[in-house]
Write a protein that binds this ligand. Structure first.
Ligand SMILES: [Zn+2]
Length: 173
């Protein structure tokens, strides 16, 4: 099973990062930051940790999405019960597709990301145990299963996209 995160025109990855960082910030007491940080800095550090953690887990390529196969084999993962789940009738709407390799289901994806985030925010002490479940909740509406995308000629022969460059254009942290 190949898992994939998909973000639509209304909620692209960068906006998701910002919204998720705001939710994650509420998990931690301001006292658990050492040294203490103002809210704005806490949000910047968490968004950056979330971005860097996720970028270490996902792949996409420059030709991905140009072939029908990138959408034909796609279905919502079982945890994805979002009302705006992927609609085949809207297949022409801009979609960002990010493949998650070698991960088995939402809990593992969320815990792997939580562990990666923790490495990026050494200033933050207690409260990490709540992060995995929160990440699972935030990722679930965007999680799909996609057997074809990522393994077609177009996906594998195209160039990997430097996600840091793609994101940094719009994502001032
Ligand atoms: Zn693809």
């Amino acid at each position: 099973m190949i898992y994939q995160l998909r973000f639509s025109e209304e909620l692209k990855l960068d906006l998701w990062l910002k919204q998720a960082a705001q939710e994650i910030e509420k998990l931690f007491s301001p006292d658990s930051w050492n040294p203490p940080q103002p809210l704005g800095v806490r949000l910047i550090l968490l968004k950056k940790a979330l971005r860097d953690g996720l970028l270490g887990m996902v792949r996409t390529s420059d030709l991905c999405g140009l072939q029908a196969e990138c959408d034909e084999g796609c279905s919502p993962a079982e945890e994805n019960t979002a009302p705006d789940r992927f609609d085949k009738a809207k297949v022409n709407a801009p979609v960002e597709r990010y493949s998650l390799a070698d991960l088995r289901g939402l809990p593992e994806i969320a815990e792997t990301l939580a562990t990666a985030m923790r490495r990026h925010v050494p200033q933050l002490g207690s409260g990490w145990e709540k992060l995995g479940p929160k990440l699972a909740e935030s990722l679930a509406p965007h999680l799909y299963q996609n057997e074809l995308c990522g393994s077609t000629d177009g996906c594998t022969h195209s160039q990997a996209v430097d996600l840091k460059v793609r994101l940094s254009r719009k994502s001032e942290v």
